[in-house]
Design a protein around this ligand. Sequence first.
Ligand code: ATR
Length: 269
Amino acid sequence: MKRYAVIGQPVAHSLSPTIHKAFAEAAAITLDYQALAIDAADLAARLAALHGEGWAGFNVTLPHKQAVMALCQDLSDAARRAGAVNTLIPTPGGWHGDNTDGTGLVQDLARLGVTLAGRRVLVLGAGGAARGIIAPLLATRPASLTISNRNPWKPEALSEAFADLGTLTPRTHWALKGDAFDVVINATSAGHSGAMPPMPEGLFADGAVAYDLSYGKAHLPFAEWTTAQGARTVHDGLGMLVAQAAESFRLWHGVTPDAASVLALLRAD
Ligand code: ATR
């Protein structure tokens, strides 16, 4: 039986095994999908050993998404642009690294009926999560894409790194005062410590939609803030998690799974 896993540390609570097993069952594909805890110090040796054991693919989660890049034989454009790998595909000589996070976000927004083309889009946060979604967001041709952060230099660096793909407006959160947006995406990790960065008032245009890359408890501070600020709807990132998994599944198996029905299963739990 083909063996797959999500690798990270900690990884025991990952939803990836549940999601991939549900995709496989629906597609009548037989596979084994595990969660493998690997320490950062062991990553290179373990990946080489797992390749030798004939594993058929891995999803990569924290804290290895950046470190695994240097261990790949080659990288997709998406992984190179994102500066991170979330999907490994075996090649005869090693691992091919890809990244499906940004595609997952854009696909989930499409599932929700959120239009990006011609809209004013704001991304809060300028770390690894933000970097991973910029190229796919620019490809949707928004009217503008603004990246804001507590400090100005991270958004400025992103704006330079992606200049060949489109215009990205770098801002500090406070410099957003007076601007309004149609789609606001939270890519900060602040929710994981129960916080929402202090932001100026009035960022949501009429009918604006808010989307959080976080889900579960980490989503609550952003949900509260967006509701108080008058966003029309706010979505958590569980749909993106399922959609990025669906894209990894497609890369491994050549079959596009029905992300919406697996998302409904997770929400029902
Ligand atoms: P990730 O890979 O999840 O993006 P990261 O690279 O550490 O993690 O980036 C986290 C992002 O969340 C950054 O934009 C960070 O802002 P700073 O660059 O100013 O640190 C933001 N962030 C994290 N905690 C925050 C908080 N309590 N308030 C505001 N922003 C926060």
